[in-house]
Each structure stands twice: as structure tokens, then as C-alpha cells.
Design a protein around this ligand. Structure first.
Ligand code: GDP
Ligand code: IMO
Ligand code: MG
Length: 433
């Protein structure tokens, strides 16, 4: 029996959705613990694609418990739409239960408005957020004026909290951003209705997790974003507003660290980034363009083109350290097929020294870092039908060996296509083998 945390090791979109869906076969409970609908997790099952923004990626499996933990910021409109769409497409199994933590904070219409207004005001220096109101919602949570899921069930309290918030946010919107105000009555009515619809899902999810743990059930914790978008450890301020590393699972779901047996880091065979911020190994040439095209690197949430570059092992080593990663799941290896040479960044050259363990926090230093590359021979064979390591070309296996060696962590899974079955499973962390 093992409870496993899955986290992204880069800047998000590593393929967490695919791997969590696959691992969910061996889990009883699947829990999202941070982020919000800035996430876009793609699942492809029998050729059918589903993109989840807020519901855990275990939802397609029958008989599971899916939990949106207290650490997630939830846009109730998006959550309800996602539930409706899954039900319409008959993808919400009848014996699978979905719960929303009573303590999860809500994304309100003014959060989205402030997010966008702030980005517009920043102009060229903008973060490139998803515009989903994530930052402003977390600000209110930490500022102790946020509205939680449970607050939707108490009309009087909702009225009072909302009134205070709207007063303050409208001051900001109209006086500072010179924008239109939001309408208190309209939001109150809209969110009161959401409360009624969400009532059956709202629960003390920390307690549910504890009950399941006591029954010896396996729990899978699904991270969103990636380690280098972490609010503390990422390339600040070009980050998201939550803690994206494995430790965040405990705070964002309400259980103790002694319950975690394994941490799987999802690593894309190259690097991508959506939005602004430094990117040492970025490729602005035809190779970058090729990876973007072949890998269909468009944001699953905003549809924006993802910036592409070579794999950066400085980032990965830091992610391994931050999350105590015990195994790596490597995705999108097939995308590199056909490249003559493949590069891995093993360090950053800065001022005559080589940095290998940590991405510099000082963005001025980071901007001056030059990638140190190791060059490997590529492969031309189609690898998408491979289901075991021995079916991979020798050069592909060399690439995997280098990644494992440079990260100091074993590879437990290799993904060679977007489909659930397009996978080479080497170890199963949930079964502890
Ligand atoms: P997430 O946010 O980490 O869940 O990743 P996204 O879903 O945003 O982006 C990953 C994209 O790559 C999705 O379109 C997946 O369907 C796709 N994908 C996942 N694994 C593989 C793989 O091994 N090969 C290929 N070609 N595509 C993959
Ligand atoms: P998944 O879970 C990739 C990025 C945004 C922006 C920065 C801040 O699918 O991997 P935010 O809206 O969070 O305030 O934006 O973070 N970002 C992501 N990039 N994948 C994600 O999620 C992301 N969620 C946020 O593009 O640069
Ligand atoms: Mg994504």
C-alpha cells in the first residue's frame, strides 16, 4: 500500500493528467490539493480527449473518490460546467464520488477582473497569467477576507462577506484600474445559486481522507502546475500563487507527511513554458518550432503557444530536492523522434562558474546564465508502439539513462504518446513495486 504525490518538475504541462489518470487505476482516492482552473490536465482514453481544469484526473474511473482539497481555489461556475460536461458525455461514472472541501476558497468574478486589469496595466512586464483570477483569490485567502465553499451555504454570511469585498474591489477597479465596477446583487444571486447546486459535494474532505487512510485505501495526490511555478521556489514573480511542490499536498488536503510513501515527478522530455519569465534553454530557432508543432504545444487552458526548449537538468535537480522525488515519469519522448542531435542542459555558466543545483533566484543573474549542453545522438525510429524499454532504440535508452543519472532518480514510467496505453510502465509506485 502506498500513497503517492504526483508533481510537475518544470513549468507545468508535463503530462500530469495522463499519468494521474493511468495511476488512478491503482488508487481509491484522487485528490487535487492546490491551484485552480489555471490548470489544464489532458486525458486521452480510447482516442477520446478530456481536458480537466478543476476535477481530479481520476474521474473517468468507476468507483473512485475524487476530492478537490482545501488548498485549491475554486471557480464554482467552472466546476459546475465541468461536472455538467462530464455527465453529458457520460464520462462521470455512477459509482464515483466527487467532493469539494468546505474550506476551499472561491474564485469570484472580481478576482478574474483584477487579474486581467493588473496584467493589462503591467504591459510588457506582465506575468502572462491565465486570467482565471488565481492570484487575487489566493490574496484574499491569505488576507483573511476570502469566501469559502462552506460560506455559500450560509446566505446571511455570504451576503455580508460579499458586500465588504465588493465595496473594496470596486474601489480598486474603478479608482485604480479605471474600469467598470462589479454588481453586488448579480454576484450574490449567482453565487447563492451555485451554493445550492454545490451543496451535495461540499464536505469535510480532510476527514474523508483520514477515514480512507484508516481503511488502508490508496490515495493519489495530483499536483497542478510545476515546481518552477511555485510561489516560493519558482522563478518569482513569474510564478503562480500556490505552493506546487509535494509538501503542499499535506496543507492543501489536510493530512500529515508521514502518510506519503512516494513522490513521482512528471518530466517532459524537453522543456516548455506558457506565459512570461526567464527560460535558459529556450529554443527560438527551427528546432524549437518543430518541437512546438510535433508536441502540439498549445496551452490546454488558454490555447496559447507554449515556448519550447531543451531539457534543463538544473531545474530538474532542484525539483527533485524540493519535493523529495522518488521516481520520474518521463513524458512526450516520442516528440523528440527524428531529431539528429538532442541536447541536455547540465548546468548554467555564470561569471566563470557552473551552477548545477539551483536556478538562481536573482532574475538578473538568471538572465546572464548560459546553458552548458551535453549533446546526444537522436533516433529516427517510431517509438510510439513501444511498451517495454527493450523496444526502444539504443540512443533513446541512452537519453533516458542520462536523465536518470543527472537527476539521481530512477525513471519509473516512460510515455510515448498521449493515449493512456501509450506507456512503458517500469515500476508502480502505488503498489510499492
Ligand atoms: P498537464 O497539465 O501536466 O496535465 O499536461 P497538459 O495536459 O497540459 O499537456 C500535456 C499534453 O501532452 C496533452 O495534450 C497530452 O495529451 C499530451 N501528452 C501527454 N503525454 C504525451 C506523450 O507521451 N506523447 C505525446 N505526444 N503527447 C503526450
Ligand atoms: P498545469 O496544471 C502551465 C502559468 C501561467 C503564467 C503563470 C501564472 O496544466 O500544468 P496564473 O494564472 O496561475 O496566475 O498564471 O503560471 N501557469 C501554467 N503554466 N501549466 C499550468 O497548469 C499553469 N498554471 C499556471 O501561464 O505564466
Ligand atoms: Mg496543463
Amino acid at each position: 500500500m502506498a500513497n503517492v504525490v504526483v508533481v510537475g518538475t518544470q513549468w507545468g504541462d508535463e503530462g500530469k493528467g495522463k499519468i494521474v489518470d493511468l495511476y488512478s487505476q491503482d488508487a481509491n482516492v484522487i485528490v487535487r490539493f492546490q491551484g485552480g482552473n489555471n490548470a489544464g490536465h489532458t486525458l486521452v482514453v480510447k482516442g477520446v480527449q478530456t481536458i480537466l481544469h478543476i476535477i481530479p484526473s481520476g474521474i473517468l474511473h468507476e468507483g473512485k473518490i475524487c476530492i478537490i482539497g482545501n488548498g485549491v481555489v475554486v471557480d464554482p461556475k467552472i466546476l459546475l460546467e465541468e461536472i455538467d460536461q462530464l455527465k453529458e458525455r457520460k464520462l462521470f461514472p455512477s459509482k464515483t464520488k466527487l467532493f469539494l472541501s468546505q474550506d476551499a476558497h472561491l474564485i469570484m468574478p472580481y478576482h478574474c477582473r483584477i487579474d486581467t486589469a493588473r496584467e493589462n496595466k503591467k504591459g510588457a512586464g506582465k506575468i502572462g497569467t491565465t486570467g482565471r483570477g488565481i492570484g487575487p483569490a489566493y490574496e484574499d485567502k491569505v488576507g483573511r477576507c476570502g469566501i469559502r465553499a462552506i460560506d455559500l451555504l450560509d446566505k446571511e454570511l455570504l451576503h455580508e462577506r460579499l458586500r465588504r469585498n465588493v465595496e473594496e474591489k470596486n474601489f480598486m477597479l474603478t479608482k485604480f484600474f479605471k474600469e467598470e465596477p462589479v454588481d453586488f446583487e448579480a454576484i450574490y444571486k449567482e453565487y447563492s445559486e451555485y451554493g445550492e447546486r454545490l451543496r451535495p459535494y461540499i464536505a469535510d474532505t480532510s476527514l474523508i481522507i483520514d477515514e480512507e487512510l484508516k481503511k488502508g485505501r490508496r490515495i493519489l495526490f495530483e499536483g497542478a502546475q510545476g515546481s518552477h511555478l511555485d510561489i516560493d521556489h519558482g522563478t518569482y514573480p513569474f510564478v503562480t500563487s500556490s505552493c506546487t511542490i509535494a509538501g503542499s499536498a499535506c496543507c492543501g488536503a489536510g493530512f500529515g507527511p508521514t502518510q506519503i510513501q512516494a513522490v513521482v515527478g512528471i518530466i517532459k522530455a524537453y522543456t516548455t513554458r506558457v506565459g512570461g519569465g526567464p527560460f535558459v534553454t529556450e529554443l527560438t530557432d527551427e528546432i524549437g518550432e518543430r518541437i512546438q508543432k510535433v508536441g502540439r504545444e498549445f496551452g490546454a487552458t488558454t490555447g496559447r503557444k507554449r515556448r519550447c526548449g531543451w531539457l534543463d537538468m538544473v531545474m530538474i535537480r532542484q525539483s527533485v530536492r524540493l519535493s523529495g522525488i522518488t521516481g520520474l515519469s518521463l513524458t512526450k519522448l516520442d516528440v523528440l523522434t527524428g531529431l539528429d542531435k538532442i541536447k541536455i542542459c547540465t548546468g548554467y555558466r555564470y561569471g566563470g562558474e557552473t551552477i548545477t543545483e539551483s536556478v538562481p533566484s536573482d532574475l538578473k543573474v538568471l538572465a546572464k546564465c548560459e546553458p552548458v549542453y551535453e549533446e546526444l545522438d537522436g533516433w529516427s525510429e517510431d517509438i510510439s508502439a513501444a511498451r517495454e524499454l527493450s523496444a526502444l532504440p539504443a540512443n533513446t535508452r541512452k537519453y533516458l539513462d542520462r536523465i536518470s543519472h543527472l537527476s539521481g532518480v530512477e525513471i519509473v514510467l516512460v510515455s510515448v504518446g498521449s493515449g493512456r496505453e501509450e506507456t512503458i510502465v517500469l515500476k508502480n509506485p502505488l503498489r510499492g513495486i
